[in-house]
Ligand binder design. Structure first.
Ligand code: NI
Length: 202
């Protein structure tokens, strides 16, 4: 359908260098998105693939905060692939509504699948690994009751809430196991910390 090598090279060139959001995150999200898309026959695979590959890029001109990805910017990057303008617009729209912090509902099926797949990669064993890698890279403590930026707090602020925000049936199904694993991890974490769950921060 697309020359995936070109698509990948373009995406890798504009990815930030960070272990929680590296190219392998994109590969995992793409695998999850394809899995969800198989249960959603009306999803447009071209729109979805471009949206997934470029969902975590940082446009060079974006300084000071999260800029929105535009269809024109994507068109520039993907010139050799000659992608139709409406496909780029729909991919840009899916990217622009996917982030948890912006709190926007997806406006298309492809946007819903991207959100679900991206959030699934923040859950389960990989989600746990990414959470502590991100925290470490930003100098945050694993856990510190006096420092609300600690990584364990992030489970209660965000990661344990992802399951209930899934948009697709397959996303909900896949989220169950990952959610249960995070709960199990936290239970053991508190046991080792010597605190049981009584002071669980919610
Ligand atoms: Ni992502």
């Amino acid at each position: 359908m697309f020359d995936e090598t070109v698509l990948e090279a373009r995406a890798r060139a504009v990815m930030p260098v960070e272990s929680a959001h590296d190219w392998w995150h994109v590969r995992r999200v793409w695998r999850l998105a394809q899995r969800i898309a198989r249960t959603e026959p009306s999803a447009d695979r071209r729109v979805l693939q471009i949206a997934v590959f470029f969902h975590d890029v940082m446009p060079k001109r974006a300084e000071g905060g999260h800029a929105l990805v535009s269809a024109a910017w994507l068109a520039d990057l993907l010139t050799p692939l000659d992608v139709a303008a409406d496909v780029l617009e729909r991919a840009a729209d899916a990217i622009n509504t996917h982030s948890f912090s912006r709190g926007l509902p997806p406006t298309s099926l492809e946007g819903a699948i991207l959100q679900d797949a991206d959030r699934l990669d923040a859950m389960g064993a990989i989600g746990i690994a990414r959470c502590f890698a991100y925290g470490g890279a930003h100098g945050r403590p694993l856990y510190d009751p006096d420092d609300p930026t600690n990584s364990v707090q992030h489970f209660y602020d965000k990661l344990l809430r992802l399951r209930d925000g899934m948009h697709t049936a397959e996303g909900r199904r896949l989220a169950e196991e990952r959610h249960a694993f995070m709960e199990q991890f936290l239970q053991q974490f508190w046991r080792e910390w010597g605190q049981e769950q009584k002071e669980k921060k919610t």
